[in-house]
Design a protein around this ligand. Structure first.
Ligand SMILES: [Zn+2]
Length: 74
């Protein structure tokens, strides 16, 4: 590796570490969240209708057809 590549390598390592830490932090917050209120979101390009916590963005389950219906009417 030349000097530029080494610099890039070290920046990538640094950023990857920071992503890891951020993910852990999000995971901890999600674990502590009671997920009291969910909204419906279409995931996987609209193939999946999921319930997502409005506080922490965690997928808490799949929406039933009834729930989807209520969501679409609102
Ligand atoms: Zn939550």
């Amino acid at each position: 590796m030349n000097e530029q590549e080494l610099l890039t390598r070290s920046k990538i390592t640094e950023l990857s570490e920071s992503i890891k830490q951020t993910k852990n932090e999000i995971e901890e917050l999600r674990k502590a969240c009671p997920h009291t209120t969910s909204t419906i979101q279409l995931l996987d390009g609209g193939k999946q209708v999921c319930k997502v916590c409005i506080v922490c963005d965690e997928v808490t389950g799949y929406a039933t057809p009834q729930e989807l219906d209520i969501y679409l009417k609102n």
